[in-house]
Design a protein around this ligand. Structure first.
Ligand SMILES: NC(=O)c1ccc[n+]([C@@H]2O[C@H](COP(=O)([O-])OP(=O)(O)OC[C@H]3O[C@@H](n4cnc5c(N)ncnc54)[C@H](O)[C@@H]3O)[C@@H](O)[C@H]2O)c1
Ligand SMILES: O=C[C@H](O)CS(=O)(=O)O
Length: 493
């Protein structure tokens, strides 16, 4: 392939383009086993990457376990110092990291650069949190004893991550683990390993000791084998997964025999409710941001829009106008605000949802067709009903089905009628309604008069079948430490 045709030929620092796995501080090529990484906008091969399996995964786990004593013995400030060097390196190389991300994931360059900053923010946040992992003294009930509670590094952590946020979904797991003194083995998505390897290269430059941060790259088939090793190996004390609920179930079951701590960030089906007392311009802006970010390929995207009868026509007109303003194209083209979907299967799922909706009475107001092989028009569908696939399944594409409702109770019931419970949104200017609806929605996160809720400072996560645990916030480090109780006797001897 003519590399000069590759978007990666323009990297300022070509040494960020790593294609081998990282184990114990060494770049491992995995022998002849390689898999291709392609540009989703063009289908062109970018580079081939080491395709590792269970044997190399075991080596990575053993290296991480061997590195654990030294890493956990460092003071929190010493770990934070390495992490902050890493944080600054991500920012120094943000343009290259964004270029790598757009090349392998497709999101527009500006959006990719935004993700670099978002991903780096978790490193900064948990470098700070490392120094606030406090213990306790407990008032004794026996004057000859003293009760102490300390928190210690949990051990080797494994992280399996998705393609839609190739940097942020890694740092949101790896940063709290490293801050707590836990070495990590990362298995990035087969679609986007280059971003993971680039941030790993920068971690090396920041002084991360060998074995503390490892990246095992594998294609879809080998990922299953790598995952089985990560789940079955007793060295792993915490498995953190972000991806589909279906795979989350598989991994949780595979981890059961070795009783690991589990963090699961899974699928969503976010309702976006517009009440008749909403600021409709703000609601339409929020719907645009929530629905079409990353071409609708985010776990917190509005998946179902519920609009109260009295404002239905006015809102859907505003949303349709905004959806028409989206510029679809290659993420490297100036002004493009929506890139390709990740692969053919993603396109097929979106087409299936749109066809199903229109067959059941939905009316396409804008969009509704794919563009070329892997782009899809920003779409708004009116007259959506609960029997449609898009009401029950995560579309994971740029399609906004808009449902009608009459009463607050009806909207809450419809919004909660799903096995998912990750993000939800509603617009209202009535303070009583804000408390009633905010408390009634069965979700881990509720955006009120906003469509963008994610930041490192808050607990990100879901309820029901959207997952277990929280990432980010001061809660995010809790799952990477073990609480230990020390009972000190013979005080008066
Ligand atoms: N809750 C969140 O924070 C969050 C964030 C991003 C994506 N997601 C969800 O992820 C899904 C889309 O991402 P995806 O397509 O990459 O998900 P996916 O579940 O197909 O894959 C996620 C990761 O798991 C790996 N994997 C797949 N099957 C595996 C197996 N049997 N054993 C071990 N590893 C396996 C993949 O290689 C990839 O690295 C959507 O459902 C989305 O909602 C959730
Ligand atoms: O897709 C999942 C991500 O967690 C979305 S966000 O960038 O954290 O909002």
């Amino acid at each position: 392939m003519d590399r000069n045709a590759s978007p990666l030929a323009q990297l300022a620092d070509q040494s960020l383009l790593r294609s081998n796995a990282l184990i114990n501080g060494e770049w491992v090529d995995g022998g002849n086993a390689r898999f291709d990484v392609v540009d989703p906008a063009t289908g062109q091969k970018l580079v081939d990457v080491a395709n590792l399996g269970a044997i190399e995964t075991r080596k990575a786990l053993e290296a991480a376990n061997a590195a654990w004593p030294l890493w956990r013995s460092k003071t929190a400030k010493e770990r934070a110092t390495v992490m902050m060097k890493w944080f600054h390196l991500l920012h120094q190389h943000a343009d290259d990291l964004a270029r790598i991300m757009t090349a392998e994931q497709g999101k527009p360059l500006a959006e990719a650069k935004g993700e670099v900053g978002y991903g780096a923010s978790f490193i900064e946040w948990f470098a700070e949190e490392a120094r606030r992992v406090y213990g306790e003294t407990v008032p004794t009930t026996d004057n000859n004893k003293r009760y102490l509670v300390i928190k210690q590094s949990m051990g080797v952590c494994a992280a399996i991550t998705p393609w839609n946020f190739p940097i942020a979904m890694i740092t949101r797991k790896v940063a709290p683990a490293l801050a707590a003194g836990c070495p990590v083995v990362i298995k990035p998505a087969e679609q986007t390993p280059l971003s993971a390897l680039a941030v790993a290269e920068l971690a090396q430059r920041a002084g991360m000791p060998p074995g503390v941060l490892n990246v095992v790259t594998a294609d879809g088939r080998n990922s299953i084998e790598v995952g089985k090793e990560l789940c079955a190996n007793d060295i792993v004390r915490h498995l953190s997964f972000t991806g589909s609920t279906e795979v989350g179930r598989i991994l949780a079951a595979q981890c059961a025999p070795t009783i690991k701590k589990l963090s699961l960030e899974l699928g969503g089906n976010a309702p976006f409710i517009v009440f008749d007392d909403a600021d409709l311009d703000s609601a339409a802006e929020g719907a645009l941001a929530s629905k079409y970010r990353n071409a609708g390929q985010t776990c917190v995207c509005a998946n179902r829009l519920y609009v109260q009868d009295g404002v239905y026509e006015a809102f859907i007109a505003k949303l349709t106008e905004k959806a028409k303003s989206i510029k679809v194209g290659n993420g490297f083209e100036p002004g493009v605000t929506q890139g390709p979907l990740i692969d053919d299967a993603a396109i097929a799922k979106v087409e299936k949802h749109v066809a199903d909706a229109t067959a059941k009475g939905g009316k396409v107001l804008t969009g509704g067709k794919k563009i070329g092989d892997r782009f899809y028009e920003p779409t708004v569908i009116a007259n959506a009903t609960s029997d449609m696939l898009c009401a029950r399944e995560e579309t994971f594409g740029p399609v906004a089905p808009v449902f009608r409702f009459k009463t607050e109770a009806e909207a809450i019931a419809a919004a909660n009628n799903t096995e998912f419970g990750l993000a939800s949104y509603f617009y209202s200017r009535d303070v009583g309604r804000i408390f009633r609806v905010g408390e009634a929605l069965e979700y881990g996160m509720v955006g009120i008069n906003t469509g963008l809720i994610s930041t490192a400072e808050v607990p990100f996560g879901g309820v029901k079948q959207s997952g277990l645990g929280r990432e980010g916030s001061h809660h995010g480090i809790d799952d990477y430490v073990e609480i230990k109780y020390l009972c000190l006797g013979d005080i008066n001897k």
